[in-house]
Design a protein around this ligand. Structure first.
Ligand code: SAJ
Length: 428
């Protein structure tokens, strides 16, 4: 199947890189977003989110004339839905954006079109939710037009490279739909394109992120055990990982972002009677911020009135994405316990948390505090020179949640260092 014009619905971390990549491969793309601020900003050439290389790619796509940004879908050969699937407070998937995007396609759907869902979704969403909406057009899915699900699996921070290089799983509601989706991705994917059915493709995505969540949960549980038994978990993990079949991940203040902390809940919702390990892992990772906050409390005696510089707020290193960030949750807990917190996020220096002070620079953040708290292993925070930092602050307590700071260097610079997952006899 040949594609001359494509309509991408949702211009976030997935939709915008995909739309721009396709446009730079010589295909006309209409990028659609319901948020007028996003549309406005992109129409003026400004990318509203941070991903390395994305601004340059969008510049190139807009300059080529192949990418246009609009608030409305238009008739096209293929429609790609790349909208968010958040969850409600009770952890049920909120499919409103997917439904609205499918509804918005209906008036423009023509015979032989391809509709692709990329949003992470509970099993059977494509066949049970999306297809019935699209069939309101009067056309029959699988017969008059093609429908497929293809999970995106790109890693924030490396999206542009992974979008092109990763293996792509495409699940069609029929084999012909899977083939149409393969033809679509062949426009820009250099990795392998593997065909399956739509529900398997949905499951694959959920299984990948759940697998990672469970593995991080066990690392976090090891950190708690190490803390109790006077062991340095980082040393223990690096030794265990010398076993040829063991690869323990990194403990930290919790699991954030819009994927790994969300997707396993879709499986819990879909089959609550079957998911003991998956549910427990989610609970362990969700209860990691209180464990991290308790370590700060231990370092400072009491938190009441203590001044803490919280360094890093993003959900993981070297990205500006703050969604579901455990670092923010730790700050909330410290504030609740009476601490006065100054936050510094180098990738979003104007981000505010109610009750906390926002610092625009590191020196402003650490100036007048009792403790430094490393919450995210951003390269520039890991790389701080403790001797230089000691000159900027009166604090002599440093708490490291991510194993970003070499304890010996910080101790030599006069700091008492506390580390997540390191029992007390290793702490100083
Ligand atoms: N984290 C740890 N310890 C680790 C690894 C991660 O605590 O050893 C934490 C991170 O700090 C972060 C969270 O887990 O808070 C998730 O980070 P991540 O780097 O594991 O994953 P994401 O959310 O950036 O991207 C994941 C990826 N999925 C997998 O690796 C299986 C990515 O390939 C997916 O495309 C993405 O989810 C998605 O969009 O679903």
């Amino acid at each position: 199947m040949k594609f001359q014009k494509i309509c991408v619905l949702g211009l976030g971390y997935i939709g915008l890189p995909t739309a721009s990549t396709i446009a730079t491969h010589g295909v006309r793309v209409v990028g659609v977003d319901v948020n007028p601020l996003v549309v406005n900003s992109l129409q003026n050439g400004h990318v509203h989110l941070y991903e390395p290389g994305l601004q340059e790619l969008v510049d190139e796509a807009l300059k080529s004339g192949n990418l246009v940004v609009s608030s409305q879908p238009e008739p096209a050969d293929a429609f790609e839905i790349a909208v968010p699937t958040p969850f409600f407070d009770d952890k049920r998937a909120d499919m409103t954006f997917v439904s609205s995007a499918a509804e918005a396609i209906v008036p423009h759907l023509r015979p032989s079109n391809l509709v692709l869902l990329e949003s992470t979704s509970p099993p059977r969403t494509t066949v049970d939710l999306v297809v019935p909406i699209l069939e309101k057009s009067g056309l029959k899915a699988g017969k008059d037009f093609f429908v497929a699900y293809s999970p995106e699996r790109v890693l924030p921070g490396q999206i542009l490279r992974e979008l092109v290089e990763n293996t792509r799983v495409v699940g069609g509601i029929t084999p012909a739909s899977a083939q149409a989706a393969s033809d679509f991705y062949a426009i820009f994917v250099q990795g392998e394109i593997v065909q399956t059915d739509a529900t398997t493709a949905e499951m694959v995505k959920l299984m990948e992120n759940t697998y990672r969540d469970v593995n991080i949960a066990i690392a976090n549980e090891f950190a708690r055990l190490a803390d109790r038994f006077g062991v340095d978990v980082w040393e223990a993990i690096s030794l265990a990982n010398r076993h040829p079949r063991v690869k323990i991940l990194r403990p930290g203040p919790g699991v954030g972002g819009h994927c790994i902390s969300v997707d396993p809940w879709f499986l819990v919702e879909a089959a609550p009677d079957l998911v003991n390990v998956i549910r427990a892992a989610r609970q362990v990772n969700d209860s990691q911020p209180p464990f991290a906050a308790a370590l700060v409390q231990r370092a400072l005696g009491s938190l009441q009135g203590k001044r803490v510089a919280a360094l890093g707020l993003a959900f993981k290193p070297d990205v500006d994405d703050l969604r579901e960030s455990p670092a923010i949750e730790v700050v909330h807990l410290l504030l609740k316990a009476g601490a006065q917190v100054t936050v510094y996020e180098p990738f979003k220096t104007d981000f505010t948390i109610p009750g906390a002070r926002t610092a625009a620079t590191l020196s402003e953040a650490v100036k007048d505090v009792d403790a430094l708290l490393l919450l995210v292993g951003h390269s520039q925070l890991n790389g701080l020179d403790p001797v230089e930092v000691a000159k900027m602050t009166r604090a002599r307590v440093a708490v490291d949640m991510v194993n970003g700071w070499q304890p010996a260097g910080w101790q030599a610079a006069g700091f008492d260092i506390y580390r997540l997952g390191v029992g007390s006899e290793h702490a100083s």
